[in-house]
Ligand binder design. Structure first.
Ligand code: NAX
Ligand code: K
Length: 531
């Protein structure tokens, strides 16, 4: 599903009005009516009164329409207009006048003192409807609007936000000064990026996206997407009946050092679980016997190691090159360690690889001071940093990365010309062309060693099957999170071993492919978006 910025949403509104010919007042009517319908569904035992806090723009206008539907349904409604009636124009004015004709009380509240007088009403209300500011927000919330936002958050009354909680930036997910924390948000046309990125994600409460007659095709202007099963299913490789192991590619995994053979094993097995036909794991020669025991289905290739260190050495490059024929993708990094020779090996390999390559963990650390050189790679590269690795790649602090995850992912994708997978709650995938996908699946069960190695193997497994790199990254991340969600549904989100994740992958793929996971996927959508 497409994600929009405030400016894009405005553009779509304008196109719908000017080119499609739907009058703006009809859009406002659709917005108010659908919001009312969601309101009744979300609050089936709704009491009285309902208080609608309205600002002076179109967001307030939507609030007037909701007020009308509530009044027509027999509810006691009080509108607190945070402006003078004379300041209201356009479609909002039309709907304000309709309310007056219906004798719905509209109180002008234009000072802090007047607002304070309304505190008992706000406290005793059954529901507050936040119609103060929408996507027109363009600066920090100050003065009376700010006082109102503070009050809404102070009283314990449930809040339904119209379009977006007032004060929340639709573009960044950050409050501009101060933002309403809503229980439910009803947004129009398409979800906005700021409703999905934290902390916005937590301020919207349950997010509903409703159709107000904006043609879906218009959203093609956006390069940002929210991951959804319906969009990703098509990228699962087909499994023809006359297939053989050669049909599904051969992944070469470069991984492992002393103490970290598990990372290599998890990565190789995850690729097989994703359906790769063959997997070869290249490891330091002295560790090969251990991997031979750990891995049954994946093959191993003992490689020259640095004398006495049990980490891969420079000379392994020629051995890998000799083993190259027949391989279809490369995964580099899990548990490699940081020996200078291993670092050099990784740099050379990524630069020279003629196969698509996914780089993780110590593979990323090896590239940390060499990001610009990734541009020289001969084949597509996928980088999968967590915030700490990202900070080393970009030379920024982890705090800075987390404060603007989207910006960081885009910057690295631009600089490296690689596909960037910034891991963490709501993993972000960014392409060098500017495309972005924000993932919806996953839970804290994944916050454990080994989960990342599995993800690298899953991406590698899809690359080996010749799935387009951006789609491979998006699909693998979605399925990785979904597998954890399925597991957490019965086991909880604590203590899930990465190897248990592996065991679940085929089952989850089967259910995902057939669309048979509605309870889990609906749960995911419910947390974020329902269309
Ligand atoms: N344009 C359209 O066709 C539609 C718009 N809709 C509604 O309209 C909203 C956008 O309406 P508007 O563009 O009128 O803007 P808002 O209603 O979001 O904001 C009202 C006005 O407040 C001012 N403002 C911005 N930041 C402020 C701040 N920090 N403190 C005080 N005032 C501030 C701006 O000048 C803005 O015009 C959407 O969120 C949605 O609710 C819907 O009615 C559907 C159709
Ligand atoms: K609002």
């Amino acid at each position: 599903m497409k994600l929009l910025t405030a400016a894009q949403m405005r553009q779509l509104d304008q196109q719908t009005i000017a080119e499609i010919g739907i009058p703006s007042v009809v859009l406002m009517e659709n917005a108010g009516r659908t919001t009312y319908q969601i309101l009744r569904r979300e609050f089936p035992e709704l009491g009285e009164p309902v208080v609608v806090l309205a600002g002076r723009g179109n967001n307030g206008g939507d609030g007037f329409v909701v007020s009308r539907y509530l009044a027509n349904a027999g509810f006691e409604v009080v509108v607190l207009l945070l402006a003078e009636k004379s300041q209201i124009g356009g479609d909002a004015r039309i709907n304000l006048e309709v309310l007056e004709h219906l004798s719905v009380p509209v109180r002008e509240v234009t000072s802090a003192a007047a607002l304070q007088e309304q505190v008992p009403l706000l406290k005793s209300a059954a529901l507050l409807v936040d119609a103060i500011l929408g996507t027109g927000l363009n600066s920090d919330v100050k003065g009376l609007y700010r006082d109102a936002v503070v009050l809404i958050n102070e009283v314990a009354t449930p809040v339904l936000a119209i379009d977006i909680p007032s004060g929340l930036s639709a573009d960044t997910g950050q409050p501009l000064g101060m933002a309403v924390a809503a229980d439910v948000t009803v947004t129009y046309g398409f979800p906005k990026i700021g409703q999905i990125l934290p902390p916005g994600r937590h301020l919207v409460g349950r997010l509903w996206q409703v159709d107000i007659s904006i043609p879906p095709d218009l959203a093609e202007i956006s390069v940002m997407e929210l991951s959804q099963a319906s969009g990703l299913r098509q990228f699962l490789p087909r499994r023809p009946v006359d297939s053989h192991k050669g049909t599904f590619g051969h992944l070469f995994v470069l991984a492992g050092s002393v103490g970290k053979t598990g990372a290599a094993a998890l990565c190789g097995e995850a690729a097989l679980r994703m359906g790769a036909g063959l997997v070869t794991v290249g490891v330091p020669a002295s560790l090969n016997p251990i991997l031979e025991v750990k891995l049954t289905e994946a093959m191993t290739l003992p490689l020259t190691e640095v004398q006495g260190v049990q980490a891969l050495g420079k000379r392994a490059l020629e051995e890998i090159a000799a083993d190259w024929p027949g391989k279809t993708a490369l995964a580099v990094g899990p548990g490699l360690g940081r020996h200078p020779e291993t670092v050099e090996l990784v740099r050379q390999l990524v630069r020279r690889s003629t196969l698509p390559v996914v780089v993780d963990a110590d593979g990323l650390n090896a590239l940390a001071h060499d990001v610009d050189s990734i541009r020289e790679a001969a084949a597509p590269v996928i980088l999968t940093p967590h915030p700490g690795e990202m900070s080393r790649l970009l030379g920024a602090t982890t705090k800075d990365i987390q404060a603007d995850r989207l910006g960081a992912a885009r910057e690295l994708a631009e600089r490296s010309q690689a596909i960037v997978v910034l891991k963490g709650a709501q993993t972000i995938v960014a392409s060098p062309m500017g495309k972005v996908m924000i993932n919806t699946t996953g839970n804290p069960a994944l916050a454990q060693g080994g989960a990342g190695d599995v993800l690298t193997g899953m991406i590698g497994g899809l690359l080996a099957q010749k799935v387009d790199p951006f789609n491979a990254a998006c699909l693998a991340i979605y399925l990785h999170g979904l597998t954890a969600d399925v597991q957490a549904a019965w086991q909880g989100d604590c203590g899930l071993l990465a190897s248990e994740l592996l065991d679940q992958i085929p089952h989850v793929i089967k259910e995902f492919a057939s669309g048979a996971l509605p309870h889990i996927e609906e749960h995911i959508c419910y947390r974020l978006v329902i269309s």
